[in-house]
Design a protein around this ligand. Structure first.
Ligand code: MBD
Ligand code: FE
Length: 277
């Protein structure tokens, strides 16, 4: 008998037939991950003290509402790179935990909603949305969100007005956009909570380089999720979320009026390759 050894829960296919096929498929993959984790725990000779410490910590992550933060900081990078390797779009990047869907739609060359005296250096982001099979895409929707010059996100930090530095921009007939905003500061993972405690205990720094977040959508194209970063940022090489890709690091150009400017073209992948004619 094999009951003394580690084994997957119930072999797939012997489970009662109550889940839909996709849920069953994913559950089977969770089973494979559990198998690997059991093997890793055995390799590491995990003790009861270690098990209980990690169990208490994981419970605290849930109680603090930090599951979205913890998962996106430590795990989204893997799924994101796998998806990127199968796409002809321009470089993608993780979504992270701070997107909110209800920001206003603005003109192709609008000003991001901000406070009357929003701190930070003025920044213009300009470029086009292109198709990976050639040509600009008019009417594409660019959903932009970012932290402020203190590294805080509206909707998550109670001191920031709702909707601050979040907006949607629709490209013009040339597929162009021009977003007026301010330069965000590098972002520090909240340090009072369990995720911050883990970082401190492990001696890992809590920083993400300053970044701008994007969803880019157009009819007939797969949604692109990405981020833009700034050359010279001290945290580019050691992003705690491990998300930086060199294509996404932009060199800000000073303008005569003191505004910092960056240029970037987003390229989208058609949903289905188009046949000839
Ligand atoms: C962020 O601002 C972020 O973008 C990610 C991915 C994780 C934590 C905070
Ligand atoms: Fe972010």
């Amino acid at each position: 008998m094999s009951t003394d050894a580690l084994a997957a829960p119930v072999p797939l296919g012997e489970m009662p037939d109550q889940a839909d096929p996709e849920t069953k498929r994913i559950a089977g993959r969770v089973g494979m991950m559990l198998d690997r984790m059991w093997a890793t725990m055995s390799d590491l000779d995990v003790s009861y003290d270690e098990y209980n410490a990690v169990k208490d910590w994981l419970i605290a992550v849930g109680e603090a509402g930090e599951w979205p933060l913890f998962l996106d900081v430590f795990f989204e990078r893997v799924v994101e790179r796998l998806a990127a390797s199968k796409s002809s779009a321009s470089q993608s990047c993780i979504q992270g935990p701070y997107y909110l869907p209800d920001s206003p739609e603005l003109p192709w060359n609008g000003v991001l909603p901000m406070r009357r005296k929003e701190p930070g250096q003025p920044l213009t982001v300009r470029g086009r949305v292109l198709s990976s099979d050639g040509g600009p895409i008019a009417g594409a929707l660019i959903d932009h969100w970012q932290a402020d010059a203190a590294g805080l996100y509206s909707g998550f930090d109670p001191s920031i007005p709702e909707g601050n530095l979040r907006g949607k921009f629709r490209t013009n007939e040339e597929g162009a956009f021009e977003i007026r905003t301010i330069r965000p500061a590098p972002y520090m993972i909240p340090h009072e909570g369990p995720t911050g405690r883990l970082l401190r205990a492990a001696g890992w720094h809590p920083w993400r380089p300053a970044h701008l977040h994007y969803f880019v959508d157009a009819h007939g194209y797969r949604q692109l999720t990405t981020q833009l970063f700034f050359d010279g940022d001290p945290w580019l090489d050691t992003d705690v979320a491990g998300a930086v890709k060199s294509d996404l690091v932009l060199v800000p150009q000073p303008s005569p009026t003191g505004v910092s400017e960056v240029r970037y073209d987003f390229t989208l992948e058609p949903v289905a390759p188009r046949g000839p004619g």
